[in-house]
Design a binder for this molecule. Structure first.
Ligand SMILES: Nc1nc2c(ncn2[C@@H]2O[C@H](COP(=O)(O)OP(=O)(O)O)[C@@H](O)[C@H]2O)c(=O)[nH]1
Ligand SMILES: [Mg+2]
Length: 458
C-alpha cells in the first residue's frame, strides 16, 4: 500500500440545497482531524480516534469554540475503506454554506482539498480497484439509462477485469514456456505442448476480438447517440422532440421559425441514451437569426450519427427536402411522415426508404413505433450476448487493438516455426498492451487523463 502523506477532504455530495451533505476525509490524519473538530454529544462520548472502526457518531463540528453544524460522523479505519486509508465521513445539513463551513474546518485542521477523482485514484493506487473499475465509477455516475448503469455496475464488479485477466493468463503462460525454452535451447518443445501453446494464443486472440467488438455498444451507452431532428419549418420537429422526451421541452407554434437555436436533450429510448438535437429547420430565409439557425442545423446534421428527417404529410414534397435527402448520407436516417392526421398530400416513393415511420405528434400515434425503430437502428444486431454486458471504452479498444496485432504476429511466427525470441518479443508487447487496460502498466499522464474527468469528492 502507498502511504500518502497528505489527508484530502472534499464535499462528496452535489453543491446545492438538499437534505444532507457529506464531507469526505481520507488519509493518515483523517482521525486526528476529526478529533480536533468533532465534539461528541451522544451517550457514547468517545473521541473519533478511540472509536471502533465502521461506527457512526452524533455530535457537533466546532471551530474556534463555535458550533458550525450538528452532524453524524462515520469512522472507517484502513484498510477496509474505499481508499484503503483511514476515512471519516461527516453528514451535515444540506446546503452550500453548512457543507462549505464543515469542509473549511477540516482544511483548517490540516486536510487539503481533494483533486477531482483523487479518492478513486488512491483506491486504484492502493490496489483496491483496477483501472477499468475506476473508469466504471465515472461511467456509473454519468449513466443516463438503466442499461448504461447496469453495464457500469458489471464493470465495477470486475467483469471486464476478469476477462482481461483470462487473456493475460493465456499470453503469460505461453510467454513463460517460450522463455524457458529460449534459456535451454537444446530441448525441443514437444508437439503436444506446441499444440497447447497455439491453442492458448488462439483463444487469447478470440477473446480480444470479442472484447473489441463491444466497443460500439460501449460508446453508445456511455456517450449516447447524437440524433438530429431536421426538416422544413413547421413540419413538427419540436412537437416530435417533446413527444420523444415525454414532456414539453421545446416551444411548439404554428409560426414558422419558432425554433431558432438548437435544443439538446437526452432521453432514455429503450435503454439507450439518445441525445436529441432539435434544429431550427431547413429552408430559405432573409432573417439573419434564422439564417444562423439554419447554419447550425446543417452543422448538427453533419455531426449526427442518426438523422430524424421530419416531413409534413399534408404538404407536397419540396425541393428543400429533396436536396437534404440527397446531400446527407448519414450513417442512419429515419424518415418521419408526420401529421398523419392531415389530408395526405405528400408524394414520393416512400416504400424505398429503409426506415420510415408515420407519426401524429398531436395524438402521439406512431411514437412507440419510432422508438422501436431507433432502438433497431442503434443496435443493428451488435449486442453480443455472451459478453455479459462487458463493454470496453475507446481507451481499452486502443490497447486491445495493439495487443491483437502483436499476438496475431506472434501466432503466425510460432506456426511457421520461426525464432522463439521473435514470438516472445511480440507476446511481451501484447501482454504490456493488455496490462494497460487494467492499469498493471500505466503512466502518470494516463492516470491524470482518466481521473481529471471525475468530479471532486469522488
Ligand atoms: N395536425 C397536426 N399538427 C401538428 C402535428 N405535429 C405538429 N403539429 C403542429 O404543427 C405546428 C408546428 O409544429 P412545431 O413542432 O413547432 O414544428 P417545427 O417548426 O418543425 O418545430 C404546430 O402548430 C403543431 O401543433 C401533427 O402530427 N398533426
Ligand atoms: Mg421547432
Amino acid at each position: 500500500m502507498i502511504q500518502f502523506d497528505q489527508t484530502i477532504a472534499a464535499i462528496a455530495t452535489p453543491i446545492g440545497e438538499g437534505g444532507l451533505a457529506v464531507i469526505r476525509v481520507s488519509g493518515p490524519e483523517a482521525l486526528s482531524i476529526a478529533d480536533s473538530c468533532f465534539k461528541p454529544t451522544g451517550r457514547n462520548k468517545g473521541i473519533p480516534s478511540q472509536a471502533t472502526s465502521h461506527t457512526i457518531h452524533y455530535g457537533n463540528i466546532v471551530r474556534d469554540g463555535r458550533i458550525i453544524d450538528e452532524v453524524m460522523l462515520s469512522i472507517m479505519r484502513a484498510p477496509r475503506t474505499f481508499t484503503r486509508e483511514d476515512v471519516v465521513e461527516i453528514s451535515c445539513h444540506g446546503g452550500i454554506l453548512p457543507a462549505k463551513a464543515v469542509l473549511d474546518t477540516c482544511l483548517a485542521n490540516g486536510a487539503r482539498t481533494a483533486l477531482p477523482g483523487e479518492f478513486t485514484k488512491r483506491a486504484f493506487l492502493n490496489g483496491r480497484i483496477d483501472l477499468t473499475q475506476a473508469e466504471a465509477v465515472i461511467d456509473l455516475i454519468h449513466s443516463k439509462t438503466d442499461q448504461a448503469r447496469s453495464a457500469a455496475t458489471e464493470q465495477l464488479r470486475g467483469n471486464l477485469s476478469k476477462k482481461i485477466g483470462e487473456v493475460r493468463t493465456d499470453l503469460m503462460a505461453v510467454l513463460a514456456h517460450l522463455e524457458a525454452h529460449i534459456d535451454f535451447p537444446d530441448e525441443d518443445i514437444a508437439p503436444d505442448t506446441m499444440e497447447d501453446l497455439v491453442k492458448r494464443l488462439k483463444s487469447g486472440i478470440e477473446l480480444i476480438r470479442k472484447l473489441s467488438a463491444t466497443a460500439t455498444e460501449g460508446r453508445i451507452l456511455r456517450n449516447g447517440i447524437r440524433t438530429a431532428i431536421i426538416g422544413r419549418p413547421n413540419a413538427g420537429k419540436s412537437s416530435l422532440l417533446n413527444q420523444l422526451l415525454g414532456h414539453d421541452r421545446a416551444i411548439v407554434s404554428p409560426t414558422k421559425g419558432t425554433t431558432r437555436d438548437t435544443i439538446e436533450e437526452i432521453a432514455d429510448i429503450r435503454g439507450i441514451p439518445v441525445r436529441f438535437i432539435d434544429t431550427a429547420g431547413l429552408g430559405e430565409t432573409d432573417n439573419e437569426i434564422e439564417k444562423e439557425g439554419i447554419r447550425r442545423s446543417l452543422e448538427v446534421s453533419t455531426q449526427a450519427e442518426l438523422i430524424l428527417h421530419v416531413l409534413d404529410s399534408g404538404e407536397t414534397f419540396s425541393d428543400v427536402d429533396r436536396k437534404y435527402l440527397s446531400e446527407f448520407a448519414p450513417n442512419h436516417r429515419i424518415l418521419i411522415l408526420n401529421k398523419s392526421d392531415r389530408h395526405q398530400l405528400l408524394d414520393g416513393n416512400w416504400e424505398q426508404a429503409a426506415s420510415l415511420v408515420k407519426t401524429n405528434c398531436l395524438s402521439g400515434a406512431g411514437i412507440e413505433t419510432l422508438k422501436d425503430k431507433i432502438e433497431e437502428v442503434a443496435w443493428q444486431g451488435r449486442i453480443q450476448a455472451d459478453m455479459n454486458e462487458v463493454m470496453v471504452n475507446s481507451r481499452h479498444q486502443e490497447s486491445l487493438k495493439r495487443a491483437l496485432d502483436s499476438v496475431e504476429t506472434a501466432l503466425t511466427t510460432l506456426e511457421v516455426d520461426s525464432s522463439f525470441e521473435l514470438v516472445a518479443m511480440d507476446l511481451r508487447i501484447g501482454v504490456q498492451a493488455i496490462g494497460e487496460i487494467v492499469g498493471k502498466t500505466t503512466t502518470e499522464d494516463l492516470l491524470d487523463t482518466i481521473f481529471s474527468t471525475f468530479c471532486i469528492g469522488k
